[in-house]
Write a protein that binds this ligand. Structure first.
Ligand code: GAR
Length: 214
């Protein structure tokens, strides 16, 4: 996979979203501080009328929408997504609640520099319903995982994880909200580190030069 070099100025990122955008909002707030080292060059979505896009627009960040339904097939959509993301020149692409899989053409151009946040402790509970799957399985601890996107479903090399307890009275919503409140901190911390320090991927391992001891 590729490498993201350190950037002396704010590192441009593109964030892809599909929903409420609380993770995006955390990145927007962090990027307001120049010391964070990240500039959100654009926010892209696979659907209109979502709060995540409204958050970007309120902050004056350029947005774009590419709906799969508007393309002949998934591969045409995937190529258009890669073109649109490339137009904004990101060093790093962040999937923050983006409910589509990046396809082969996207990964050809952005593999090794695209990260995704997933609401479970990988490799447990990949897919779209991780909090519900964790609850149904009866686990007592779940969490969130930031990983470098590969061709699988939530299978890529792990950047960081945060653990969250499952409480006896949890339903899917309360559990997902608890995960998200820890997930946002993890995302902000690690997107900042990856952007400021750069990183390489060696097999299953993500190596960032100034990674602190765990
Ligand atoms: C987050 O929990 C994210 O991990 C999850 O969607 C939520 C988005 O919340 N993503 C996935 O499940 C992707 N498979 P947000 O829109 O409030 O940031």
């Amino acid at each position: 996979m590729g490498a993201v070099p350190p950037d002396p100025d704010a590192t441009p990122i593109v964030v892809l979203v599909s929903g409420s955008g609380t993770n995006l909002q955390a990145l927007i707030d962090a990027a307001d501080d120049p010391a964070y080292g990240v500039r959100i060059a654009a926010v892209g979505a696979d659907r209109h009328d979502i709060e995540a896009l409204a958050r970007a627009e309120r902050h004056g960040i350029e947005t774009f929408v590419l709906r799969t339904a508007d393309f002949a097939d998934r591969s045409a959509w995937d190529a258009a997504l890669a073109d649109e993301v490339a137009r904004h020149g990101p060093a790093l692409v962040v999937l923050a609640g983006f409910m589509k899989l990046a396809g082969a053409q996207f990964l050809e151009r952005f593999g090794g520099r695209t990260v995704n946040t997933h609401p479970a402790l990988s490799p447990a509970f990949p897919g779209m319903h991780a909090p519900a799957d964790a609850l149904a399985h009866g686990v007592k601890v779940t969490g969130a995982t930031l990983f470098v996107v590969d061709a699988g479903v939530d299978t890529g090399p792990i950047v960081a994880q945060v653990a969250v307890p499952v409480l006896p009275d949890d339903d899917v919503e309360s559990l997902h909200e608890r995960i998200k409140s820890s997930e946002r901190g993890m995302l902000v911390e690690w997107v900042g580190r990856l952007a400021r320090d750069g990183f390489t991927v060696d097999g299953r391992h993500v190596i960032s030069p100034r990674k602190d001891p765990a």
